[in-house]
Write a new protein. Sequence first.
Length: 129
Amino acid sequence: MTGDADVWIPLVDEPIGSIVASLQAQHPEIDELVSSPHRILAFRTFAYIRVGILLGQLIVEHDVPDYDGTETWIDALLREPRHRDAVVRELRRVAEEVAADPRYADEEKMGPDDEARARFREFARKQLG
């Protein structure tokens, strides 16, 4: 499977990975829930699957315009606020489930904490001041 792994990862990541990343960036409360390495991995794994299933349900249940080359059916679905909100709710549910998993309780968040940010701002003020 070594040769296939290089091909497999990008195919799994797109386009659902882009959708998840975009909506996650627009909703920082999701990042707050899944900010440790293992939580991020679990979140992305389950978010990709569950968002893919949800998008599949939405395309079956709702008509989208015929493809004219300007946008994909996913773009057409997500342009509708109620569908976009449904995907965000699903992402939030996945994040909450991952955050509640006791296996990740002792993990530290990635990136600097508030104290480190404050120290850096003070340092930068002194250096640039």
